[in-house]
Design a protein. Structure first.
Lengths: 163, 397
């Protein structure tokens, strides 16, 4: 069995475990790469299943992307033969995802980073404090959102025009 | 809080190396009870800046994420862009990339062994190791013109070739390194100065390391057999024979053993790459304003400090829509906290140095006695001397 067959089996078993209707999109761009978009309310189930049953207990990082009306959160898991990305999308009006720190303890800093940079709140995080940004940073600015650029951030933070 | 418990802020200016991070230590007498890390003092907004620059411009920005692992980030960035753009790089470029990737690991690990020896109070080893580090820096300078930030990799291949008449000279220099690194593995495993000072200090179990997603030599020192070069292989690592070095004891001593062991392996890989350098072109064409098709890619390389992961999202423009970088140090902070808890204040510098953190340093440590409202300062030298004195007087017995 090649790596790819094993990875397809992983996808099939995951589909059975969390239900086909909860999986929105599956991509396998090349060998050893899988990315799956699931419904936000199934995120914790998916992570817990992959950790317990598929040996994907190593969380490499969490990425947040601003897509305009929605914000996409990618959870990059990996094991020896696979980099597995789980995606969820949340509406920009209510950017909240369930925290996964209690399942994968290694997520503790990444969730805080995503909160700081893109404003997606990990609900249920044990210590949701600032991590990257300074304590006096304005509450409404999440620098990686597309609506902020260096000029508007400077104006908001320092009250002066960028020259 | 009992009257024996104090809070000691270390940082933001300077815990163990030369970049800022902050650790708030809660101590009971000499024992660390709790640690709260805080980072971001060196946040430069590189991810945001990359969204405003073209792919070729970003090549030089991403190299400046870190001074020591500059080539690792640049290699990974190029792999990621090639992945989305569907570019296959020539075999010679793979080997040339791999050669510099390993030289960088050798120079970084030698640097670390020197720093660790210094923190231990074993300055003879520090001078020895840093003298030998000049050999690898000379090779890097000769092929790239720089001791760090080599600007070696470009999208589609590498920027310069190594002429064949220089290869025997480099082989000779690598032979010197091979001999020296073998000597260091012997010193590290037998020298009582290192064993007495480093064994049992800063312990993290294998289970905790896996639970907290630790990476790199730091994780391998706790017995986690994980190396991106072997597991999610990239460049030409699947063609090169090498071993993944692990240790079981999970302390600073294991960190030393793993790193000196990896030095021997890295010298072997670098020699292999030179011996088996394929002929042919060194790059595929990629124009400065070239657009990259829509798509996403996630790739990893094994940087010196551990698994380095980048994520790219392209929307078909000549600039990335989103670029995410996670350097290994961030992944190692949760397990570092475990290592620090339960240890002595005198062990803080060596345990912090143990993960080879890519930030921070102990130039000035403020001790706060909350119950008596008294503060006093300690420079890194004083803290280091305090550590050596603490152990030589046997106060911890």
């Amino acid at each position: 069995m090649t790596y790819n067959d094993a990875n397809m089996k992983t996808i099939e078993r995951l589909t059975v475990a969390i239900g086909r209707e909860n999986i929105i999109e599956v991509k396998t761009p090349r060998d050893k790469r899988v990315s799956i978009r699931v419904k936000t309310n199934k995120l914790r189930d998916t992570i817990a299943y992959l950790k317990e049953k598929e040996g994907l207990y190593h969380l490499a990082t969490i990425t947040g992307t601003d897509l305009g009306d929605e914000r996409e959160i990618n959870y990059h898991l990996n094991r020896q033969d696979l980099i597995f990305t789980i995606k969820v999308r949340v509406p920009s009006e209510r950017p909240v995802v369930p925290s996964i720190t209690d399942i994968l303890n290694g997520a503790v800093l990444y969730e805080r980073e995503v909160r700081d940079m893109i404003g997606v709140f990990p609900e249920g995080h044990p210590n949701p404090k600032r991590l990257n940004l300074s304590d006096d940073w304005p509450d409404n600015i999440y620098p990686l959102l597309k609506k902020w650029d260096i000029k508007s951030i400077r104006k908001e933070v320092d009250g002066e025009e960028w020259t | 809080m009992s009257d024996r418990e104090f809070t000691i802020p270390i940082g933001p200016q300077h815990p163990a190396l030369k970049e800022p991070a902050s650790f708030l230590f809660k101590v009971d007498g000499e024992v660390v009870v709790d640690v709260e890390p805080r980072i971001g003092y060196n946040h430069r907004g590189i991810e945001k800046a990359m969204e405003a620059r073209t792919y070729i411009q970003n090549l030089y920005l991403v190299e400046r994420v870190c001074g020591i692992c500059s080539n690792a980030h640049q290699t990974l960035y190029a792999i990621n862009v090639e992945d989305v753009a569907g570019i296959q790089i020539p075999p010679r470029a793979k080997y040339l990339r791999m050669f510099v990737h390993e030289l960088e690991r050798i120079h970084s690990h030698l640097l670390w062994v020197g720093v660790a020896a210094h923190e231990i109070g074993f300055d003879t080893l520090f001078y020895y190791v840093w003298r030998d580090r000049e050999v690898v820096l000379d090779i890097l300078e000769e092929i790239s013109g720089n001791r760090v930030n080599y600007a070696w990799v470009t999208i589609g291949g590498v920027r310069r070739d190594i002429s064949s008449d220089k290869i025997p000279k480099f082989q000779k220099m690598l032979d010197i390194l091979a001999e020296r690194t073998k000597y260091y593995t012997q010193v590290a495993s037998t020298e009582s100065t290192i064993i007495n000072r480093a064994s049992g200090v800063g312990y993290c179990s294998k289970a905790d390391m896996i639970r907290l997603c630790g990476v790199g030599p730091h994780a391998r020192a706790s017995g986690v057999n994980k190396d991106t070069r072997r597991d999610n292989t990239y460049l030409a690592y699947d063609e090169v024979p090498f071993e993944v070095v692990t240790a079981e004891s999970g302390d600073v001593f294991a960190n030393v053993l793993v790193r000196v062991g990896e030095l021997v392996q890295s010298v072997g890989i670098a020699k292999y790459a030179l011996d088996h350098l394929p002929d042919g072109p060194i790059r595929e064409r990629f124009t400065p304003l070239q657009k990259v098709p829509e798509g996403e890619a996630t790739n990893m390389v094994e940087a010196q400090r551990g698994e380095d992961i980048h994520y790219i999202c392209s929307k078909g423009d000549n600039k990335p829509y989103r670029y995410k970088i996670r350097a290994p140090t961030l992944a190692n902070i949760p397990s570092l906290v475990v290592k620090l808890k339960g240890g002595y204040i005198a062990d803080i510098p060596i345990v912090l140095a143990g993960i080879d953190p890519c930030f921070s340093c102990t130039d000035r440590t403020i001790f706060v006695d909350e119950t008596r409202e008294k503060t006093w300062d300690m420079t890194s030298d004083e803290l280091r001397r305090y550590g050596i004195r603490w152990y030589s007087d046997g106060c911890n017995k």
